[in-house]
Design a protein around this ligand. Structure first.
Ligand code: GLV
Ligand code: GLV
Length: 323
C-alpha cells in the first residue's frame, strides 16, 4: 500500500512533481494558513509530513500520529518542531541548510544598510510630499550612520554568519564574531559575546533559536551594546527581547534596528518596534527569492523521497535516529 504524505502548502521547485510517483500526496490548498486543528485532522493516517516554518509540530501532535515516519520542513530553522518528540520515536526530521545562506545574508545586509542610511524613512518622506524647497538637500539632510569601515559583530558564525562576514569585508568593515564553539574564519576576530556587543557598531544575529539562545539578547545584553549601534535580526524573533530592544531604541541608546523576524508572527500591530521610525521591518523574508525558495522546496522533497525509500535523508537534523 502506498504511504500517505501530507504537504501543508503548495510548493515551488521541480522535485515536488516526483512525489506522487512514490506515495499518495495530499496538498493543503488553503485558503490561508493551516490551523493546528486542520493540521491534526489532515495528518490522520499519514506516514509523512512536509511542512513550513509556520506549521507547529508539537509533542502532542507527534503523539497523536502513531503512524508518522518522517517530517520534512522547507526551512533551515526547526524551532517550530518538537525535535525531541520525533527523535524519541526515531522519526527523522529533514530541513534545508545551505541553499538559503547567501540569500539570507543579502537580506541581513539590506536591512543593515536600510536601517543605517534611513532608506525607508526617506522613501516615506518623499511620498508624503515633504521634499520641498524649504526642506531639501542640506549638509545634515537625512544623514545616517556610516557602514563602510565600521565594526560588524556577528552573533553566530554558522554558514549565514560567514556569508555576512564576506559581505562586510567588501565594505571594509572590521568583523568580530561570537560562536558558542569558537570558529576560525579568515578575517574574522573571535571574541566573547559581551566584548562583541561592547565593540560593534552593527550587530547581526545568525544563531538558531533553541533553549540556550532564547532571549540571548535580553535587556542586560542590549544594555552592553555600544552607544548608537544598530541591531539586525534575520534569525528568529525569540532570540531578542523585543520590549528591551524597543526601549533602547526609544531612549536613543541604539541608533536603529533592522528586523525581519518577530517573536510572534505575523507580528501584532501593537508590537512596540512598529511604532519606532528608526526600525526597518520585514515580514520574515530572509530567504525570499524565487530561486532560493525553489531550492528549499527541492531539498524538502529530496528529504521526503529518501525517507519514503527507507534511505537516510540527505539533510537530516537529527541523524542520531539512524544509529
Ligand atoms: C527561515 O527562516 C528558515 O528557517 O528557513
Ligand atoms: C544556519 O542557520 C546556517 O548558518 O546555515
Amino acid at each position: 500500500m502506498n504511504k500517505r504524505v501530507f504537504v501543508t502548502h503548495q510548493m515551488p521547485g521541480e522535485r515536488i512533481h516526483e512525489l506522487s510517483a512514490h506515495c499518495d500526496v495530499n496538498v493543503w490548498m488553503g485558503p490561508g494558513l493551516l490551523s493546528a486543528t486542520a493540521l491534526r485532522e489532515e495528518l490522520e493516517g499519514c506516514q509523512g509530513l512536509i511542512c513550513l516554518l509556520t506549521d507547529k509540530v508539537s509533542a502532542e501532535l507527534v503523539a497523536a500520529m502513531p503512524e508518522l515516519e518522517f517530517v520534512s520542513s522547507m526551512s533551515v530553522g526547526i524551532d517550530h518542531i518538537d525535535c525531541e518528540a520525533l527523535s524519541a520515536r526515531k522519526i527523522p526530521l529533514g530541513h534545508t541548510p545551505g541553499v538559503l545562506v547567501e540569500t539570507t545574508a543579502d537580506t541581513a545586509f539590506a536591512l543593515m544598510l536600510a536601517a543605517s542610511r534611513r532608506v525607508i524613512e526617506a522613501d516615506h518622506f518623499i511620498r508624503q510630499g515633504n521634499w520641498t524647497p524649504e526642506n531639501a538637500w542640506a549638509p545634515d539632510f537625512f544623514t545616517g550612520k556610516e557602514v563602510s569601515g565600521a565594526t560588524l559583530g556577528i552573533v553566530g558564525l554558522g554558514a549565514i554568519g560567514q556569508a555576512m562576514a564576506r559581505r562586510a569585508a567588501g565594505f571594509g568593515m572590521e568583523v568580530l564574531a561570537w560562536n558558542r564553539s569558537p570558529r576560525d574564519v579568515a578575517g574574522v576576530e573571535s571574541v566573547a559575546l559581551d566584548e562583541l556587543l561592547a565593540r560593534s557598531d552593527f550587530v547581526s544575529v545568525h544563531v538558531a533559536l533553541a533553549g540556550e539562545t532564547r532571549k540571548l539578547l535580553d535587556a542586560e545584553k542590549i544594555g552592553m551594546m555600544k552607544s548608537g549601534a544598530v541591531l539586525v535580526n534575520t534569525a528568529r524573533g525569540g532570540i531578542v527581547d523585543e520590549e528591551a530592544l524597543a526601549d533602547a531604541l526609544r531612549a536613543g541608546d541604539l541608533y536603529a534596528a533592522g528586523i525581519d523576524v518577530f517573536e510572534s508572527e505575523p507580528v501584532q500591530a501593537e508590537n512596540p518596534l512598529l511604532s519606532l521610525p528608526n526600525v526597518v521591518v520585514a515580514p520574515h523574508i530572509g530567504s525570499a527569492t524565487m530561486t532560493t525558495r525553489a531550492r528549499m522546496a527541492d531539498l524538502a522533497v529530496d528529504n521526503a523521497l529518501a525517507a519514503l525509500a527507507g534511505e537516510r535523508m540527505p539533510h537530516c537534523f537529527n541523524p542520531a535516529v539512524y544509529l
